[in-house]
Design a binder for this molecule. Structure first.
Ligand SMILES: CC(C)(COP(=O)(O)OP(=O)(O)OC[C@H]1O[C@@H](n2cnc3c(N)ncnc32)[C@H](O)[C@@H]1OP(=O)(O)O)[C@@H](O)C(=O)NCCC(=O)NCCS
Length: 229
């Protein structure tokens, strides 16, 4: 019988493992090469800024804005140790609505785009963030406000895909949202994720289209929700 991945909350020292999984798997999601078209030309920048972004997410977890969950399996070489194979980043209630004026509240804004990175297309990064923020506000935040958990990132290392880690990480978030009596779980799906989310009961509420003026390339991806009550 195949061993099920075990889940635990990530800690700061997991940043290497999280970055390694992200670098191996996220390139399979079309939004990644769209935003980072020069990743293979500037691999040092790609690695460095990926690590910086996940360090920022881990700091945001410390102030209660996100939950970052890891899935692990026993290592083949030494089954008494585990290796991280997948992770999920959940944006938590209390961090969805933009705060204005109240300096006392911790900053819960997402990690910055670091537009100076040479592997990225700054115009696409900005357009992507603008389009996704607008869709999030219209389809998720205006409707569910703080009564939602939003799946920001889900990634399984390609060597370990289709062993249930992605589903287990999603189900963890759904269980938490149910336990907290929230109205919905929300996300933007990649082509690879869509089957998984549909299987778990998510339905598509719209299609994001992002395109920089003057460019032919564009990205389209669905917004999906799972309503809980
Ligand atoms: C999407 C992703 C996280 C799924 O992770 P996973 O650990 O393989 O997920 P699971 O093993 O729980 O698979 C769940 C279901 O998704 C579907 N699925 C996953 N990978 C698939 C593939 N390569 N081809 C067809 N269906 C697939 C299947 O329906 C699968 O269930 P099944 O194996 O019982 O048929 C993973 O493919 C990934 O990291 N992709 C690249 C990054 C990405 O697109 N992330 C999602 C961002 S929204």
């Amino acid at each position: 019988m195949e061993i099920k991945p075990a889940l635990r909350r990530a800690i700061k020292s997991d940043v290497e493992a999280i970055s390694r999984i992200a670098l191996a798997s996220m390139a399979l999601d079309p939004q990644w090469p769209y935003r980072f078209p020069l990743a293979s030309v500037y691999p040092e920048d790609h690695k460095k800024f990926t690590r910086i972004r996940y360090t920022e997410y881990l700091s945001n977890q410390d102030i209660g804005a996100f939950d970052i969950m890891l899935a692990e399996l026993p290592s083949n070489e030494d089954p008494s140790t585990t290796i991280p194979i997948a992770f999920a980043i959940w944006q938590l209630p209390g961090s969805h609505i933009k705060r204005t004026g109240n300096k006392q509240k911790p900053s819960t804004k997402p990690p910055s785009d670091h537009l100076n990175r040479r592997d990225a297309s700054p115009v696409r990064m900005q357009q992507f963030r603008k389009t996704i923020s607008k869709a999030k506000e219209e389809w998720f935040d205006n409707r569910f406000g703080e009564s939602q958990m939003c799946l920001t990132t889900l990634a399984t290392h390609p060597e370990y895909m289709r062993r249930g880690a992605g589903s287990a990480l999603c189900e963890w978030g759904i269980r938490k949202a149910v336990a907290e009596n929230l109205k919905a779980v929300t996300l933007f799906s990649s082509p690879m994720g869509k089957r998984l989310y549909t299987k778990l009961g998510f339905r598509q509420v719209g299609l994001v289209h992002t395109q920089v003026e003057g460019e032919e390339e564009f990205l389209e991806f669905p917004g999906m929700i799972l309503e809980l009550k």
